[in-house]
Design a binder for this molecule. Sequence first.
Ligand SMILES: [Zn+2]
Length: 238
Amino acid sequence: MPDELLQRLQRFHSDTFPGVQEQFQNLVRDGQHPTILFIGCSDSRLVPYLLTGTGPGELFIVRNVGAFVPPYDGSAGYHGTSAAIEFAVLNLQVSRIVVCGHSHCGGIRALYGEVPPAAKNLAAWLELGREAVLPVLPSAEALRRTEQRAVVLQLERLMNYPMVRQQVDAGRLALHGWHYVIEDGEVHVFDVRSGRFVAATEATHSGTGPYLPPEPGMDSPVFNEIDASYGAKAGGPV
Ligand SMILES: [Zn+2]
């Protein structure tokens, strides 16, 4: 029986790589300088390069179930996502962090049900989205809203990373909350000023708007604005 996966590797080397060889060799010679940290759900239908029209060297990507951000305090144990955030901000000095959830997310749906008893790590991990759950039955509408609320929750948690907050306050880093609707091919971007997700095709910014640097002498407005728009976590506008 042919090994289809091996054949794909061989085809990449013989057919695809020659066309991008120079690009990759430049990236090796000059090193990587991605400007975007993309935190996305692991779902196979979410393809960051397609959505953003990016290619090699442009996205520093970390993916996990639900596109969740663990707490900075280390209470979640060993964590690759936290390590990636620290590396991206401190070493790569990215200027944008995208948190990208999506429609029909199995991780979000699992918050409304049971996970297999053996999936201890999964059960613990899903708690990072617990606050987004609505006190209703998981209708399609409720799931959509929970997916979006979970994205906002992760943005809030990101702001507890000192290096993230510092760069955001200095105006050198923008946070983007995205919800990708798979069947529509539409990314909805979170606008913290309105507390709503806006279809990218109708939006005036990709989510950077809310995270402007504070006026001189003012505290960062970010949290206050999030709280104002997102404060009513059960039944708020998100
Ligand atoms: Zn998902």
